[in-house]
Design a protein around this ligand. Structure first.
Ligand code: CU
Length: 285
């Protein structure tokens, strides 16, 4: 049985702790502002809409909070590797470690404060902006002012879009007017899908029989990606497209053109509704 090594003198143990804490503080003080100022603006999903920009702020706050934690791990890792390295001689157990009340109290206080702050911050942000992921049929975060309602319909294996304020025309591409509050009603005709418009900061479940409402306020013109983010059958991987944010005048002429182009098939569409139920004859894939 290995003999426990003699405990290091108390002053030496304190030195280890002091060195680690000083290195941690120095590294955190340097790294955290760098993360906020340099990495923060690059974080997803970008600043293309008000909601996306809000998510960048949230991601920056979360990354800034985790930075000192990562710094502590890195400092302790490097310090332990360099200082507690075994250098020849017989391998012996280190001195037994008992509890340390100060470390335990500090640990509980710091982790509790961090978790409670994040819970409060997350709740506040959720009530301010919604989740960007759809709030169900009764949103708790309602933006004020006029909204353009657009329905997003998932189906195997594409998204189509209905514009109820333009005669319920249904189009294969999502086009939005710039600088406008959009009210997306996300639903599905068949199986579960997920409407993910990355640059818009929207990722909302598209479920049959559910009217999932998500708000997005557009900024300037933009081309954005739309992708299904829920495994929905054989061709799920091909369920993607691009959409556009265009100036309001361009949107008006585009939607008029769509009404004209799709007029011959408009009579085959079901009446506009917030939900549609799957056709029982159709086989889900
Ligand atoms: Cu899908």
């Amino acid at each position: 049985m290995a003999t426990p090594a003699a405990a290091a003198p108390a002053s030496e143990r304190r030195d280890h702790g002091k060195r680690v804490v000083i290195a941690w503080i120095v590294l955190s003080v340097i790294a955290t502002p760098l993360v906020v100022l340099v990495l923060g603006p690059q974080l997803p999903p970008g600043h293309a809409t008000v909601q996306a920009a809000g998510q960048v702020v949230d991601n920056t706050v979360l990354t800034a909070i985790v930075t000192p934690v990562v710094c502590l791990l890195a400092v302790f890792f490097v310090y332990a590797l360099s200082q507690f390295r075994h250098t020849g001689g017989a391998l012996v157990d280190g001195p037994p470690l008992r509890n340390d009340n100060r470390v335990q109290v500090l640990w509980i206080v710091i982790t509790s404060v961090t978790v409670l702050f994040l819970a409060a911050f997350g709740t506040y942000e959720l009530l301010q902006d919604g989740s960007g992921g759809g709030q169900g049929p009764n949103p708790i975060a309602l933006p004020s002012g006029p909204k353009l309602q657009i329905q997003v319909i998932g189906q195997q294996w594409e998204f189509t879009y209905r514009y109820p304020s333009y005669g319920g025309v249904e189009t294969p591409q999502l086009v939005l007017p710039a600088n406008t509050q959009i009210e997306l009603h996300v639903t599905s005709l068949d199986v579960i899908h997920s409407f993910w418009a990355y640059e818009l900061g929207v990722k909302a479940d598209a479920n049959p029989g559910v009217d999932n409402i998500a708000f997005v306020k557009t900024k300037g013109p933009l081309t954005f990606h739309v992708r299904c983010a829920e495994l929905c059958g054989l061709w799920h991987g091909y369920m993607f497209n691009t959409g556009r944010v265009v100036p309001a005048s361009q949107f008006a002429s585009w939607v008029k053109g769509q009404e004209r182009d799709f007029a011959p098939v408009a009579k085959y569409l079901p009446r506009y509704s917030t939900i549609y139920l799957p056709d029982p004859q159709r086989r889900a894939g």
